[in-house]
Design a protein around this ligand. Structure first.
Ligand code: ATP
Length: 254
């Protein structure tokens, strides 16, 4: 088994007297797509926020390839390879889809936001941007302003920008939420392709059970901020404890 790329150790956050994530310890490995499930208010998004840095832990640690990220800002975590779609503050609504992707490629290539250095590098950056444009099936809207995209295409652009940043850890929080049925399969296909790259670790928060079944290599279940179950999809979904939680039988946290 490969070494974990991402580890949370006793990760905890309190909001006043309420413990929203309670000592969650989990290892995530390259080549594995883990879906995080749990009833509303279980702590899934809060756990994501603790990993990507939108929230700081009350206690516990987040490690990426052995580096302690716990006290780092979201942008620093992104530089360390933790990629989350809505972290994309580098979206320029007035610029075209292709220009947005090219700027993300440029940021990743170490040129920062500096003006293109030469015509040759511009051509190279454009060629790389076009690969992500194709991968996300956005060629048809390449020259449209990002602000004019449909909701579905905007979500695809988020994935394209995320891919252009070449993170090691991909984090998706309900990636097909609010998306029409004709767009959702494209995004799910993209996530499936990312998961086939064995150097990438994918974390997904998802409510839709058909999406969970289609993509999950592993499922973890949060309940009242606590890790209730962790295992392969069949095992977890057939567990009585998990069924009880979803049927609302008021299970005590483990
Ligand atoms: N900033 C905050 N301040 C106070 N309480 C918060 C804050 N953020 C989250 N919580 C609480 O933490 C708990 C977990 O919320 P979270 O949004 O992580 O759950 P979730 O599993 O993602 O739920 P859902 O599936 O409904 O999105 C909830 O009780 C929520 O009210």
């Amino acid at each position: 088994m490969s070494k974990p790329s991402l580890i949370t150790q006793d990760l905890t956050i309190r909001f006043g007297g309420h413990v929203a994530v309670n000592a969650v310890s989990c290892d995530f490995r390259p080549g594995e797509l883990t879906v995080i499930v749990g009833p509303n208010g279980a702590g899934k998004t809060t756990y994501f926020n603790l990993i990507s840095g939108q929230l700081r832990a009350t206690s516990g640690r987040v490690l990426k390839d052995g580096t302690d990220l716990t006290k780092m800002a979201p942008s620093t975590r992104a530089h360390h390879g933790v990629g989350r779609a809505f972290q994309l503050t580098n979206l320029f609504p007035e610029l075209s889809v292709l220009e947005n992707i090219r700027l993300a490629v440029q940021a990743r290539s170490g040129d920062g936001w500096r003006i293109f250095r030469s015509a040759r590098s511009l051509t190279e950056l454009t060629a790389r941007a076009e690969r992500y444009l194709e991968a996300t099936k956005l060629q048809g809207v390449a020259h449209q302003a990002a602000s004019e995209l449909s909701h579905g295409d905007q979500r695809k652009l988020e994935v394209a920008l995320l891919m252009a940043m070449e993170p090691d850890i991909y984090m998706f929080d309900e990636p097909t939420a609010g998306m029409s049925l004709d767009h959702a399969p494209d995004v799910l296909e993209l996530i499936a392709e990312i998961k086939h790259d064995t150097s990438k670790t994918v974390l997904l928060v998802e409510h839709k059970m058909d999406v969970v079944r289609a993509l999950a290599d592993r499922i973890i279940v949060l309940h009242n901020g606590t890790l209730l179950a962790d295992g392969n999809p069949e095992e977890v979904m057939s567990s009585q404890l998990v069924k009880d939680v979803y049927l609302g039988k008021g299970v005590e946290p483990a």
